[in-house]
Design a binder for this molecule. Sequence first.
Ligand SMILES: [Zn+2]
Length: 498
Amino acid sequence: MPDLLVRNGRILAGATSEELIAADIRILDGVIAEVGLDLAPDGAQELDVAGHIVIPGLVNAHLHSPGNLMRGTLDGLPLEVFMLYEVPQAEGGEEDPARVRLRTLLGAAEMLKLGITSVADDAFFVPLASTAAIDAICGAYAEIGMRATVGLDQPIVVEYEKYPFLADLLPPALKARMDALPRETAEGMLVHYDHLIRHWHGAAEGRIAAAVSCSAPQRATPDYLAALSELSKKHDLPFFCHILETKLQRVLGDEKYGRSLVRYADDLGILNERMQVIHAIWVDEEDIAILGRAGVTVAHNPVCNMRLGSGVMPFRALRSAGVPLCLGTDEAVSDDSHNLWGAIKAAGTVHALAEPDFEHWPKAEEILAAVWEGGNRVLRRPVPLGRIAPGHAGDLAILNADAPAYRPLHDVRRQLVLCESGSSVRHTVVGGRVVVRDGALQTIDEAAMLAELRALEPRLRAEAAELRQSAASVEPYYREMVRLAAARDVGFTRWVGR
Ligand SMILES: [Zn+2]
């Protein structure tokens, strides 16, 4: 790894720093070695940033890269109807590794150009996981120079078992068709995890790492959840788990488990400091207390939550219970970008709609702490992320201090949260390597990537049309299921204005 000296920056060291400090940054072997004035080059490659703003690289703590080719295909829909299109009930075999590589590169390229240096990719497979697809995802992140932690978000239960009411609503022929579709088993997934961990955990100079993922408790079995939790413990891996994203999932907990999904997961013993609980919107007070005691980190995806009408996560109640947050974009067809800056601004503003007590609204420092400290906590890397200080990963975003977001500059943290769109990012550094210079990717041929995408587009549009056709036969039953769940009184609401 080349050593790098970033010269003449104005540095915001982290979320708790108030002021920009003029300094140089020396990165040795991918790790920040020294921060100070007028550091000697000592043979290192130099990047003169001429008074621009240097911040720790952003951590996108929740993403599903398999959705990267779906941007623009759907209007707003509730999650359960949306998922008919996002993870279609498909026949067929393994995914094409070339396409998997392309879609992963597309998302990573977008993120790196926005100063996002790390991602937690909760990758699903339609319909089945494969070694080739896992290699294509991890290989793409390795190739483009991004830091990525990859989990295998693969349900193993039959479709209608994941939902309330659906088994009764569906005609027998449609249920039989769902029964017959290919799906992964716990044993099969554990073989895939063995490959992921053996071949990719710690690969590419430590940039690539493994996580475990159950997708959601209702999409797995208790035995599989226990096996994943054990794997997480054995290798100290993050455990990704969507919990109580929608009101329907609250109703599902009551219907299927006789308790909330948080309590169900807690009773199974899988909630701990390695667990990333994704969304946590329809949590009640007892759930929030459990999450606080368990030490989980909650992933907040505010743009996705608005887009799918899921509701507003109880930001202040979670924080007051001591629950650390991290921030994610979730998906290219539910955010609809990889632009964490949009999620940052949404997190900094949406809670004012749901919280009449303005003293409880989030402050800019809290949102940046979610991005950097929460992101670091959730990824569990041996070299910590999210701070410009010796011993931390050499991951930086360098922003044009003359950009509109900083005209005039009053409070850098507030302006990062409320004014920055990502358009000010000039250079991005991951592990001491300049991966974006003056807005241009240095690691892959972006024009070739785009040419590959344009050639694929007619096929993608045809597939989207086919998908609309095939989903039409089951969609009315899903819509009815969502209506039934929405009408249920669960004792509280996370919808604004109800
Ligand atoms: Zn998700």
